[in-house]
Design a protein around this ligand. Sequence first.
Ligand code: GLU
Length: 716
Amino acid sequence: MFQRIAAVLLFCGLILSPAYPAAVDEGMYPISEIMKLDLRSKGLEIDPAEIYSTDRSLIFAIVGVGATGSFVSPDGLFVTNHHVAFGAVQAASTRENDYIRDGFLARTRAEEIQAKGMTARITESFRDVSAEVLSSVLPGMDFAARTKAIEKRTKEIVAQTEKDNPGKRAEVSEMFTGKTYILFIYTYLKDIRMVYVPPRSIGEFGGEEDNWMWPRHTGDFSFLRAYVAPDGSPADYSPQNVPFKPKRFLRIQPRGVDEGDFVFLLGYPGRTYRHSAASFLAFEEEVRMPYVVDWYARQIDLMEKMGAGDRGVALLHASRIKGLANTMKNYRGKLKGMKRLGLVERRREDEKALQRFIEADLERRERYGTILTDIAAVYDDNRASFGSEAILGYLGSSVNLLGLASTVHEAGIERPKPDLEREPAYMDRNFPRVRQRLMLGLRNHYEPTDKAVFRELILKASKLPEASRIKPLDEALGGDFSETAIGGYLNKMYAGTRLNDSRFVEKLLEMTPGELAKVEDPFLDLARALYPDVLELREKQKARRGALDPLYARLSDVKELFLGKGFIPDANGTLRLTYGRIKGYEPVDAVDYSPITTLRGVIEKTTGREPFDTPPALAELFEKRDFGAFEHPRLRDVPVCILYDTDTTGGNSGSPVINARGELIGINFDRTYEATINDYAWSEEYSRSIAVDIRYVLWVTQKFGRADFLLKELGL
Ligand code: GLU
């Protein structure tokens, strides 16, 4: 429950307000738009219908794996980023078999190991259900009721679709806020296995220091394989399963690309907030992002200290630290970019012009006159309660045992309800995954860290003003927030709990509400005490969303009138296409970045110490200039990373970078520091995405990994 609340609150909730849509010259195009784009004139050499039209289209080679991947063989082999597979690699690693440090290679299919927690989804079809969804909104409904009505109708559509399409998953995605809703049908593959993962010193070369930066020299790729039941249907892991046969896989172009070449990407970009109201941007810049940066920095610091002397402990924290550090640096880049561009001020100027247009016509003034101030009022309310809402959210998402207790407690309340009436996480279609994630999370639990994180949040809560106190915490501590009192409280909590025992948690998840109510555990008790606050917060979030959705829908209407052009919807985790060219840029005055890095750069950066600890075997191959078939004819070296001006965001990790002939030439994994601001405002001037060049992927796999058999499977 709490994890979800935190996610909703801290990411969507505050931003639940999805902004209004992106202008057409930017470019994360829904697949429904592909055929309307004149891609041939931009440089595409194949028929655009090959990308999306028939059953054999390129889109069937694309998988959603949290981020993105693409099939590269008829036997379910797919490629994505090292950082996308990282959580699964961590879950499979122990002190003895440290696949993060050493990498992993399965020489036979039998040696492939389970990539725990990973699934792969393939978009099968889609259809507009806006009218059906919006017909659930009745005149006079209050804001929270509006949100609930839409949620309910959406669940009904999903349930009916899944009933009509056995074995498939349905999702309704909001495209234009408050206006358009598309029903997507997906195939979900659940048995994913690791095939080849390079060591971290290649896959994450440069680490956090180089993250979100150019020039880049990271071999951020991994090969995995999707399996299905012998009859071809999606199934959980089983040794009897067989490799999945995709309808389409991507051919690889081992000669790669060069500067100026046309490229396009397919993938599942997560979230963008283009054209969002200035009041939202100001809230992000002044309140939310600085808070998150501080909190993440603090947690990373705690975890790094805990793992400093013990590799086992460091491994437990590896994935979490990586995720926090990634977001933290992204936000720092965004904050810097917002200042550099004066983004809030620019947006305010745009809004002033829009407001003048609205005021110029009586009818328009009546219809749209107060939209911008009404939107701003919602964010003002958000600002006022941000402190306590953030802490309440983080108590569940950052403190393992409290998050666990909250989910167990809420499962006891939600699971007995009829399926369609439950909160989404507890519905039959979702609960097994929630449960699996919970149990995987518990494997990484390390008490001293959990305690230290909890302590920080209690200290934060102790400073909240009287009007927004988190009462159950005040009561638990008896109002005494001294070091000794907090220490004593935490010692009691952790000494008295059994939630760190996975068998016990499994048992709790099977209990009836009556049985569960009798279980005494300090974390469960605290979760119970906090539950009313959580429900109140959820209601507030729904009300905010109910207020913002129709406002944003009208804002996009009037903006369309004003600008006289249509829009494409913001990224929302659905399949998109973006195109551009291999191209450098000028990040600051007198600095000119060229768009291809090479192996020489890897060696130049190598210090022997993490994160620049190139494996000696790789350095030797460079010394011997053993570049095989992958040498760039002009650069006389193996290309490592490439830069291009497409429109991407988080979720495009692992997206295939495809050339004009529809062949795979790179795997997208990042953006430049200046481009972190993309999510709010894209510009050809500073927006650049980064991929690992396919030549480096193939060279590492063949020469360093000695996995010729994989190249054979790729048809090379
Ligand atoms: N490296 C990015 C991330 O991990 C993914 C791609 C992007 O955001 O551009 O979030």
